[in-house]
Design a protein around this ligand. Structure first.
Ligand SMILES: Cc1cc2nc3c(=O)[nH]c(=O)nc-3n(C[C@H](O)[C@H](O)[C@H](O)COP(=O)(O)O)c2cc1C
Length: 231
């Protein structure tokens, strides 16, 4: 597998706003810390009492091609986690696909993403799903410049979120959830967004250690009382 070079590592460190990124062990510890923080927010099921019979949907955006820390990938990191959530909860799946693909090339992709963010763009997307038919909507995306990709907002703003329970999840390479759940909550007006209770998984773990990723996903869903009961 082709791996992204050191210059891209430096580039990502600066885009993530990390003050220092001198050693990979620091990065790993930081990542672990971020993941643990997100994981430790698992919900007391008795408090949330979310019903397993609710209709659930997993909506996600994920990018394939060259990516940081994982080389060229055929299936995006967030897509892998989205599949695991759908499998464990019995949810339907919907992928947000932009009309215009993001570049395969990592450096080009981060530039396009930066411009879209700075210009607060709403890139057109293909297809749609009737979220009106669902009670619980998991929304998943990669951390792009500390934000959800702008096409996620395109999707959100097409819909009425009143009465929905929204559960964010993210993949990242060190920034964790990074407050993006609060941005999702602000965008999904009228929804009960489980801010602070979302899941953050390092992209490299999703891509290369799926056993560990699956354990994290299932532990998180168990805490939310969201695992589909299998009779
Ligand atoms: C445009 C772009 C911006 C990114 N910005 C960040 C960032 O700010 N913080 C971070 O931790 N990772 C960042 N990453 C890494 C991705 O969040 C990470 O690789 C993620 O798992 C990709 O998920 P995907 O394969 O589903 O697209 C960025 C990646 C790209 C392509």
């Amino acid at each position: 597998m082709k791996h992204i070079g050191k210059s891209l590592l430096i580039g990502l460190c600066s885009l993530m706003g990390l003050n220092s990124c001198s050693a990979s062990t620091n990065r790993n510890e930081e990542t672990k810390k971020n993941t643990d923080i997100e994981m430790n927010t698992s919900v007391n099921p008795s408090k949330t009492a979310l019903n397993n019979d609710l209709k659930k949907l997993v909506v996600f955006f994920s990018h394939i091609g060259e990516n940081y820390n994982v080389g060229y990938i055929e299936k995006g990191n967030t897509h892998i986690i989205a599949d695991m959530i759908a499998d464990a909860t019995g949810a339907d799946l919907f992928e947000i696909v932009p009309e215009k693909d993001y570049p395969d090339n990592y450096n080009e992709c981060i530039e396009v993403a930066k411009q879209e963010l700075h210009q607060n763009k709403r890139p057109a997307i293909k297809g749609d799903v009737k979220i009106e038919d669902y009670d619980v909507v998991f929304i998943g995306y990669p951390n792009w410049w500390g934000n959800p990709p702008m096409c996620v907002y395109t999707f959100i703003e097409k819909h009425d979120w009143n009465g929905k329970t929204v559960i964010p999840f993210i993949t990242h390479e060190g920034s964790g959830m990074g407050g993006t759940d609060r941005k999702i909550a602000a965008a999904c007006q009228g929804a009960n967004t489980l801010t602070g209770k979302g899941l953050a998984v390092q992209g490299k773990v999703a891509q290369e250690n799926q056993e560990m990723a699956k354990k994290n996903v299932e532990r998180w869903l168990t805490g939310l009382n969201m695992i589909n009961k299998k009779d």
